[in-house]
Design a protein around this ligand. Structure first.
Ligand SMILES: Nc1ncnc2c1ncn2[C@@H]1O[C@H](COP(=O)(O)OP(=O)(O)OP(=O)(O)O)[C@@H](O)[C@H]1O
Ligand SMILES: Cc1ncc(COP(=O)(O)O)c(N)n1
Length: 291
C-alpha cells in the first residue's frame, strides 16, 4: 500500500479478462445510511449484473432523517481514483452523483477525457446533477453550477435532472407533464447528447411519466406512481440502472427503458427504515423473498 502523496506515476493496465462482467464506474458521494449515493449505485450495479467501481467525491454524514455533514475528498484524489480504475479495470460506462465543487468537476472531467469517458470518447457518461438531498440539504457548492452547465453537460452522453435541479439550473418551474419537455429542451441547450427529465416531484400527477429527449424526439417513459414516501435514492438507482445497461451495450432508449422498469420495481418494493424516509429497494431483483 502506498500513501497518496507517494503515488506519482500511473497504474499499469492488466490484460483484459474475457470472463469478467461489464464494468460501471460511479463518481459520487457516500451515504452512511446506505440508501442513496454510491451505496445505492453499487447495489444497483450488482443487481444489474455489472461489476461496480467507485471514485468517492465526498463523505456524507447522513441517515434517513437528513444530512448533517459533508467532507469533500481532494479533487486530485478523486481524479486519481478514476485513473486507477480506468487504467487497470477499465470502464464500460460511468455515472456521476454528488460532485461537490467546481474544482472536483474539472478534475473529474480531465480524468474522464484522458480515458475516453464522455461524449467525445467511446465510453457512455451519465451526469446526474445531484444538487441537494431529498431532505433539502445542499450537496453541491454554488460555484459548481456553472461548471455543471458549461463543462460537464457538453461532455455528457445523458443528463438526468429532477425538477428541483431543472429549476436551479435553468430557472424553469415545471408543474405539469407538459412542462417537462420545455425543461428537457432547456437542459439540452447546454450540449449533452440526451436529456432525461424525471417526474417524481410532480406529486399531483397520478403517474410518473419521465421524458427522454435527443434534440428532436421526446420519448415518454410512463410508469405508475406508488403511494409511498420511501423514495430515498430513487434518482441514484435510476441513473445507475441506466449506466449498467449502457455498460452492457444497450442503446440509450433501451437503457433508459430498462432503467425505468428497474427503478419502478425498486420504488414498489421500498421499505421504511429509521425515523425518516426509507430507501427504494433493489432486493426484488436478487432475493427470493423480494422484501
Ligand atoms: N412515488 C413514485 N412511484 C413510482 N415511481 C416514482 C415515484 N417517485 C419517483 N419515481 C420514479 O423514480 C425515478 C426518480 O425520479 P425522481 O424525480 O424522484 O428523481 P430524484 O429526485 O433524483 O430522486 P430522489 O428521490 O433520489 O431524490 C423516476 O423514474 C420517477 O418517475
Ligand atoms: C451521497 C448522496 N448522494 C446523492 C443523494 C441524493 O439522493 P436523494 O435525493 O434520494 O436524497 C444523497 N442524499 N446523498
Amino acid at each position: 500500500m502506498r500513501w497518496m502523496h507517494e503515488i506519482s506515476a500511473g497504474h499499469e493496465a492488466r490484460p483484459a479478462n474475457d470472463t469478467a462482467p461489464p464494468t460501471a464506474l460511479t463518481i459520487a458521494g457516500s451515504d452512511s445510511g446506505g440508501s442513496a449515493g454510491m451505496h445505492a449505485d453499487l447495489r444497483t450495479f450488482f443487481a444489474c449484473g455489472v461489476h461496480g467501481t467507485t471514485a468517492v467525491t465526498a463523505v456524507t454524514v447522513q441517515n434517513t432523517v437528513g444530512v448533517t455533514g459533508l467532507v469533500e475528498i481532494p479533487p486530485e484524489t478523486v481524479a486519481a481514483q478514476v485513473d486507477a480504475v480506468a487504467s487497470d479495470i477499465g470502464v464500460d460506462a460511468a455515472k456521476t452523483g454528488v460532485l461537490a465543487s467546481a474544482a472536483t468537476i474539472e478534475a473529474v472531467l480531465d480524468a474522464c477525457d484522458k480515458h475516453g469517458i464522455g461524449r467525445e470518447g467511446r465510453t457512455p457518461f451519465v451526469v446526474d446533477p445531484v444538487a441537494a438531498s431529498r431532505s433539502g440539504e445542499p450537496l453541491l457548492r454554488p460555484d459548481a453550477l456553472d461548471a455543471l452547465r458549461y463543462k460537464a453537460f457538453p461532455r455528457a452522453t445523458l443528463v438526468t435532472p429532477n425538477l428541483d435541479e431543472v429549476r436551479l439550473l435553468t430557472g424553469i418551474d415545471a408543474h405539469t407533464r407538459a412542462d417537462l419537455l420545455d425543461a428537457a429542451k432547456a437542459i439540452f441547450d447546454f450540449g449533452p447528447q440526451w436529456v432525461l427529465v424525471k417526474s417524481g416531484h410532480l406529486a399531483n400527477d397520478p403517474e410518473c411519466v419521465d421524458v427522454l429527449f435527443d434534440g428532436n424526439e421526446a420519448i415518454p417513459l410512463p410508469g405508475p406512481r406508488y403511494a409511498t414516501v420511501h423514495t430515498h435514492g430513487a434518482g441514484d438507482v435510476f441513473a445507475s440502472a441506466i449506466t449498467a445497461a449502457l455498460a452492457k451495450g444497450a442503446s440509450m432508449p433501451d437503457a433508459v427503458r430498462s432503467g425505468k422498469r428497474f427503478v419502478t420495481r425498486s420504488v414498489s418494493h421500498a421499505y421504511p427504515l429509521g425515523a425518516g424516509v426509507g430507501p427504494v429497494s433493489t432486493f426484488w431483483r436478487v432475493s427470493p423473498r423480494s422484501f
